[in-house]
Ligand binder design. Structure first.
Ligand SMILES: [Zn+2]
Ligand SMILES: [Zn+2]
Length: 398
């Protein structure tokens, strides 16, 4: 049997195993840094496979190591583990048993797929040099588990040369694997602005400084930050999501608080946006006699896929599944992903895995209370992980 046949046949056989794990985790969803039960399921399965691991990375994370036939490179395979605060509305036998929590992003399938791949790789240790490190990572949805795991040393002993990960997507047909080089997810910042004027009687506006009027001008002027200060070929978003101010209809509001999100792909664009926001707020508040305070909290950085590695992975996926098994992700998303921290450390690639059946239009989007997947997609996820890991480790080029 060829390597491809071995991998594909075994991944198909493992479908029920992966489905069982996915459903078990789906029924017991846990939010970021509380994935204790999930972590327990992972450790139990690694124990059964006889794969050594260390748990407790960033509280609930698990790092396992599958060593090959001899010395060589090390590749990291990453799966995030956390669920969301959401009431599941699906009427399925594996519906969430924890009210108010739900695996609405598919991270349950990520864990199951990685355990499937661990099984295949462990059985084929005599077919590759070096080692495979498995990263089961908490809190992707926030506040982020990748950064603390890296700080706690998950990329060393042995040193990891590259990291790859899948995100399931029910907008793509089942089993397809999407890969592209370059930017794939945006950097995300939280923006908080406080505008202060001077309160007073609504009937004597001349004696006060109306923070609501300043806010109205500020919000309008902030619309020019992206449209007038940023190169139109550089994607960027500035959204003001909340506005709070005023206490009563006959009182001039003394304070207004705005909050929003900033998204961009290049750090230099982020710097320009920050600068433009400060300039606009400075000018607008001065013009009306008020003052302001800005707080920008930098969240996950942008994810950049390594182009050379992406090309190689694409070749291996096509070799495994044929040209129809691969699709080109033609554009990045302005969503954020803390896989970014792995990608900033070593050449890394974040890929898509289709779980949308034959007709993705019937599925609800990620983070919806009716989100679900076609579990059969996990087969190619498992096979893809195994194939790419083995080929990477045996690839002596460069
Ligand atoms: Zn999500
Ligand atoms: Zn997700």
């Amino acid at each position: 049997m060829t390597l491809n046949e071995t991998i594909l046949r075994r991944s198909e056989e493992l479908f029920e195993y992966m489905q069982k794990i996915r459903r078990e985790i789906h029924m017991h969803p846990e939010p970021g840094f509380q994935e204790f039960n999930t972590s327990g399921i992972i450790c139990e399965n690694l124990d059964k496979l006889g794969i050594p691991y260390k748990s407790g990375f960033a509280q609930t994370g698990v790092v396992a190591l599958i060593e090959g036939r001899g010395p060589g490179k090390v590749i990291g395979l990453r799966a995030d583990m956390d669920a969301l605060s959401l009431f599941e509305e699906n009427d399925v036998p594996y519906k969430s048993k924890r009210e108010g929590f739900m695996h609405a992003c598919g991270h349950d399938a990520h864990v199951a797929t990685l355990l499937g791949a661990a099984t295949v790789l462990n059985e084929n240790r005599d077919k590759f040099d070096g080692a495979v490190k498995l990263f089961f990572q908490p809190a992707e949805e926030g506040p982020g588990g990748a950064e603390p795991m890296i700080e706690e040393g998950c990329m060393e002993n042995p040193h990891v040369d590259a990291v790859i990960a899948f995100h399931v997507g029910n907008g793509y047909k089942t089993g397809l694997i999407g890969i592209h080089g370059g930017p794939t997810h945006a950097a995300q910042n939280e923006l908080r602005i406080t505008i202060t004027g001077k309160g007073g009687h609504a009937a004597t506006p001349e004696k006060g400084i109306d923070a609501i009027v300043i806010a109205a001008h500020a919000i309008t002027a902030l619309q020019t930050v992206v449209s007038r200060s940023i190169d139109p070929l550089d994607p960027a978003v500035l959204t003001i999501g909340t506005i709070k101010g005023g206490t009563r209809l006959n009182i001039i509001a003394e304070q207004v608080e705005l909050s929003g999100t900033i998204r961009y792909l290049k750090d230099s664009v982020g710097e320009k946006i920050h600068e433009a926001i400060r300039r606009v707020m400075d000018g607008v508040t001065k013009a009306f006699g008020g003052t302001y305070k800005i707080e920008i909290l930098e969240g996950y950085p942008a994810v950049y896929n390594d182009s050379d590695l992406a090309e190689k992975l694409k070749g291996w996926v096509i070799d495994l599944l044929g040209p129809k098994g691969h699709f080109v992700v033609d554009r990045p998303t302005m969503g954020a992903e803390d896989f970014a921290y792995f990608a900033r450390k070593v050449p890394s690639v974040f890929m898509r895995l289709g779980v949308g059946g034959d007709d993705p239009s019937v599925y609800y989007n990620h983070h919806s209370s009716r989100f679900d997947i076609d579990e059969k997609g996990m087969i190619n996820g498992c096979a893809g992980f195994a194939k790419m890991a083995i080929e990477f480790l045996n690839d002596k080029g460069e």
